[in-house]
Design a protein around this ligand. Structure first.
Ligand SMILES: Cc1cc2nc3c(=O)[nH]c(=O)nc-3n(C[C@H](O)[C@H](O)[C@H](O)COP(=O)(O)OP(=O)(O)OC[C@H]3O[C@@H](n4cnc5c(N)ncnc54)[C@H](O)[C@@H]3O)c2cc1C
Length: 436
């Protein structure tokens, strides 16, 4: 009997536990280990950050749902992985032995790269976790009581730009609803992207035109090619560079309330494993989601190393979005099962297509970039009220799916069909990824 441990119970890890157990059946053991005993639906955190959602709407306890499916659950932080001994040491000093490990630990938020940017230290908030989004909402309420300048955007090295645009548009929309938009003296969008709508993937469809217009319509002034060096005494210190990376301007923006997506790094327990990760602490995997160094370690989601789509004057990374993560999970499950069953050479790959739905207030933007690197077979950036409604429905669907113990991405496939994307056969996508 093999023991498969899934580390991290987020967007990748929780579906992975279900899919792994479903694939292996009762003959093998699956254990899910995660720091918190609750699941959080990360894509809805921006709504929590303006009070449009509540914590109880987007979180739920993990244990009763996974245990019902025969999965063991341990709610403890992993402190150390000994890849040679195949053990994980947990926060209470106990250890868990594994035959196969799937790492799904998401990002460590690297606030230390920009002094003063930690949400607990100053005006710049984060919506990357539910705890942070709640904290952001508290600070947002203070802003409503005593309005001041707003800065939203993404730091140098960030890879997840969608939520930055999303939160800027949601805040603008919320201020309008409250009749308070004109009370805010300035509203800026500061980003490390070389141009608006780059999104870490060299743009997609007319992302630049649509997002530029969207920001303009909300009276949000955009600054691109920017590196924030620190946040101090209510000022954000910014260096703006040209296309060659040469400094063209150093300036400060006042900030009473801000939200900047930080650069991500791998979590310490993973980053510290000898030979497992790149310098950023992300697991180096082969085409089959398997560690290049340890043949019984697989990794999915934000925890894996993916090179940037292109070099940008201020460093940016490639996003790892939900549908792509689900495809990594399916590939890992398939490959682990094949390995356990001794089917040598029977392997599959994830599709790694960039698909994202971002809410923009009463509207939304959806993009599909297939493959991530141009030239693409599918290159769509759609905008409209239907995306907002689709994102609302997606939250309900995904949470329900996680409670029911199902991991098949049915809803995403329906949306793809609605967007006219029919070339979804796995072989086609794998072929495209190989070509890129
Ligand atoms: C604000 C925001 C909005 C986003 N919106 C979208 C969207 O709309 N659509 C989309 O496709 N993508 C979106 N993404 C991108 C991506 O889909 C999410 O970030 C997704 O949650 C990543 O999944 P993951 O499983 O890699 O990591 P996570 O979901 O972050 O899960 C990581 C898990 O590992 C656990 N963990 C971490 N360290 C340890 C440890 N030491 N021991 C044990 N457990 C540990 C964590 O507690 C967590 O449960 C968004 C990202 C952000 C930040």
């Amino acid at each position: 009997m093999a023991h498969v441990v899934i580390l991290g119970a987020g967007t990748g890890g929780m579906p992975a536990a279900y899919e792994m157990k479903h694939a292996l059946g009762a003959g093998h053991e699956v254990t899910l280990i995660s720091t918190n005993d609750y699941f959080q639906f990360v894509p809805s955190n921006p709504w929590l950050g303006v009070g449009w959602s509540k914590r109880e709407d987007i979180t739920f306890p993990i244990r009763p749902y996974v245990e019902r499916r025969g999965i063991k659950f341990i709610a403890k932080n992993a402190e150390k992985i000994d890849a040679e001994a195949q053990t994980i040491t947990l926060a209470d000093g106990s250890s868990v032995h594994y035959d196969y490990l799937m790492i799904a630990t998401g990002p460590r938020l690297a606030f230390e790269l920009v002094p003063g940017s930690d949400p607990h230290e100053g005006p710049v908030q984060s919506v990357c976790t539910t705890d942070h989004a709640e904290l952001a909402y508290g600070k947002y309420q203070e802003l409503l009581e005593n309005p001041g300048p707003i800065v939203i955007g993404a730091m140098a090295g960030a890879s997840c730009f969608g939520p930055a645009y999303e939160y800027a548009m949601i805040v603008a929309s919320d201020l309008k609803k409250r009749g308070m938009r004109d009370k805010v003296p300035s509203f800026s969008f500061v980003t490390s992207e070389p141009y608006i709508g780059h999104l870490g993937i060299s743009g997609v469809g007319d992302s630049t035109g649509i997002l530029t217009k969207g920001l303009e319509e909300e009276g949000i002034k955009a600054y691109t090619n920017c590196k924030v060096s620190k946040v101090e005494n209510g000022e954000m210190f910014i260096t703006q560079v040209n296309d060659k990376g040469e400094t063209v301007k150093e300036f400060t923006l006042p900030v009473k309330f801000g939200m900047m997506i930080p650069a991500f790094r791998g979590i310490p327990a993973v980053a510290n494993v000898e030979g497992l990760c790149n310098p950023g602490g992300f697991v180096i995997v082969d085409d089959n989601q398997r560690s290049k160094k340890y043949s019984n370690i697989y990794a999915v989601g934000i925890a894996i190393a993916i090179p940037p789509v292109e070099a940008t004057p201020v460093p940016t990374g490639a996003p790892k979005t939900g549908y792509m993560i689900e495809s990594m999970v399916s590939a890992s499950v398939y490959n682990i099962k094949a390995d356990i069953e001794g089917r040598v050479g029977d392997k599959t790959m994830g599709t790694w297509n960039a698909v994202c739905f971002a809410d923009m207030g009463d509207r939304g933007a959806a993009f599909v970039a297939l493959p991530q690197i141009k030239p693409r077979k599918v290159d769509i950036f759609a905008y409209g009220r239907w995306v907002h409604l689709a994102k609302v429905a997606f939250e309900k669907y995904f949470i329900r799916k996680m409670k029911m113990g199902v991991s098949e991405p049915f809803y995403e496939r329906v949306l793809f069909k609605m967007m006219g994307i029919t070339r979804l056969k796995e072989e086609t996508e794998v072929e495209q990824r190989k070509a890129s």
